[in-house]
Design a protein around this ligand. Sequence first.
Ligand code: CZF
Ligand code: MG
Length: 192
Amino acid sequence: MSVNKLTFVTGNPNKLIETQYILSQGIPIEIDSADLDIPELQGTTREIAIAKCRRASELLGRACITEDTALCYKALNGLPGPYIKHFMKNLGHEGLNKLLVGFETKEAYALCTFAYSAGPGSEPLLFEGRTDGAIVPPRGPPLFGWDAVFQPGGFDKTYAEMSKEEKNIISHRYRALDKLKAYLAALSTAQT
Ligand SMILES: O=c1[nH]c(=O)c2ncn([C@@H]3O[C@H](COP(=O)(O)OP(=O)(O)OP(=O)(O)O)[C@@H](O)[C@H]3O)c2[nH]1
Ligand SMILES: [Mg+2]
């Protein structure tokens, strides 16, 4: 199978833009997208990622990638984790901060899990990337999810205050895609 073209099954336009940008910096691959309605199970980030990618490739009928992002608070033993989408939607930036009132540590990490399936029936492979940081009062344009309340460790800017060039070389998504990129490059080499 050639990997110069791959479908990213996602309904999230910001994920797609970042993924296309990051991958275009590394390997010659064209990423298109399909927005399929795939139930996301409860469980660990790995269980959720595997089930979603398996179903996505079955529905699509060919190879694909999927991605799951979790935002894990140290004080809450990793929650909201993979359920961050619902927390963000219902609580907003203010609520994401309020969850930590009374806790000393505001530390959190963003975890990205890309899954690749070579096609229906093929067990998905996982590529994880993690960026450590802290939850802070919102700063920067509220254009993408919780970017405005996540400040990566060692930086004085939130994700939202960073340029795309800055975010996309330190982000959880970049770190996961770096591993996926290496896998896809090796796959292409093995097939030529
Ligand atoms: O500020 C942000 N910076 C990021 O870098 C980032 N990556 C993901 N997210 C948000 O975290 C939730 C994950 O849920 P999620 O993985 O199920 O995504 P999704 O349902 O939007 O898309 P998909 O499942 O169709 O791919 C969703 O609310 C995403 O908008 C981010 N927010
Ligand atoms: Mg989703």
